[in-house]
Design a protein around this ligand. Structure first.
Ligand code: NAD
Length: 355
């Protein structure tokens, strides 16, 4: 066995159906007494309901989170927490909501309790992002790492089938790239494989029956493990491609991940054969050459958009994205080959199978 480093992040996790009902008790356990609930506008009513449940320990609902955390939105929220003398931000929502709580924590060190309602995984990482003038800046700081995370699969029952599937494939992408990360280790590999198996089994059930609580539970569990992978090891080419698609063209985060994953793993299929064979087996196949197809077929089953052109990538997008990715690459187990990558991005643009 190769030598390795493993570092666990200090987060307390409460997992299980109905655990949302314990939020007040959990907040009190940590002696929080001035809690601001953060949500998106779409989840404001859910935030308001929680505020009623929390009673006097809640000082308000700030329902202004939007994707990619614009600096102006963060500044407004920071002003609000200072005005209200908040001692905890409770983020109820997906990556956008947790992202806003992180931006507040970065400036104020106010601890975060996260209650995720998508599968994006931000709650398990110390990574934050802020966007200004269409440029997203990311960084890492333990200050933004949630102190407590409450996973209640019942909260995802309202997540529509398309968002569930894309968000689940976003989680899958974290686990997949952890398998061939530069700093991979056996603990994270174990979690990544379990995450991939759980998501592969649960997501097709969820798109047929969004109310299937066993499948929701399995997907939430997979997303949690995938989030740990994202927070623990460095991501590679696939995340570089998706950060470029999001940063340069503002493509929707989860959809961009879901569509691109088949092409990224196909590109890497011979780069780390042990990892890719493990991936193929976790997806129900046997051969590392098949990995791109296995993901592509899973996406077909999930009935999600299959082509980057259908989620807003312009015709010259494949070329531009490939150039940016090759000019400022992340670590990848295989070198960045412009011509081959551009061809793959063209196929992703059209939604064709990876080869
Ligand atoms: P999101 O948070 O934008 O949520 C998508 C939509 O679904 C929103 O309108 C939201 O209100 C709605 N929604 C969420 N949960 C719901 C539920 N249970 N029922 C009904 N509607 C619900 O999307 P996301 O994919 O979770 O997050 C994307 C953002 O998170 C991006 O900005 C991305 O960069 C960031 N992100 C950051 C990290 C990190 O480690 N920092 C990790 C993953 C994602």
């Amino acid at each position: 066995m190769k030598s390795f480093n493993y570092k666990a992040l200090p987060i307390n996790v409460h997992f299980g159906r109905g655990r949302f009902k314990e939020v007040k008790e959990i907040l009190k356990e940590y002696q929080f007494s001035s809690v601001l609930i953060i949500t998106t506008a779409g989840q404001a009513a859910q935030g308001q309901k929680l505020a009623e449940q929390l009673g006097h320990i809640c000082v308000g609902v700030h329902a202004k989170a939007i994707m990619h955390v614009p600096v102006a939105i963060a500044e407004e929220a920071i002003h609000e927490v200072q005005r209200l003398k908040v001692d905890c931000c409770l983020a109820l929502g997906g990556g956008s909501t947790i992202g806003l709580a992180k931006a507040i924590a970065l400036k104020t060190s106010i601890p975060i309790v996260a209650v995720p309602t998508t599968y994006a995984g931000s709650e398990m990482t110390a990574v934050y992002g802020l966007t200004e003038n269409r440029v997203k800046t990311t960084g890492k700081d333990l200050k933004v790492l949630p102190k407590v995370v409450i996973y209640d699969p019942e909260l995802s029952l309202r997540l529509p089938p398309k968002i569930s599937a894309c968000s689940g494939m976003n989680a899958m992408a974290h686990a997949v790239e952890a398998l061939y990360a530069q700093d991979k280790n056996p603990i994270i590999t174990m979690m990544a494989l379990d995450a991939i198996r759980a998501l592969k089994d649960a997501l097709p059930v969820i798109v047929e029956d969004t109310q299937n609580i066993e499948a929701r539970e399995k997907a939430t569990y997979g997303a949690w493990l995938a989030g740990i992978c994202l927070g623990s090891v460095d991501m590679a080419i696939h995340h570089k491609i998706c950060h470029t698609l999001g940063g340069t063209y503002n493509l929707p985060h989860a959809e961009a991940h879901a569509i691109s994953l088949a092409y990224s793993v196909h590109y890497n299929r011979n780069a780390d054969i042990e990892a890719m064979t493990q991936l193929a087996c976790a997806l129900g196949g046997t051969d590392h050459q098949q990995v791109g197809h296995l993901i592509y077929q899973l996406n077909q089953k999930l009935n999600i958009p299959m082509a980057l052109k259908d989620i807003g990538l312009p015709e010259d997008g494949p070329q531009t994205v490939t150039r940016i990715v090759c000019d400022s690459p992340y670590y990848n187990p295989r070198a960045y080959e412009y011509a081959e990558l551009e061809q793959l991005m063209q196929r992703a643009y059209m939604g064709l199978p990876p080869n």
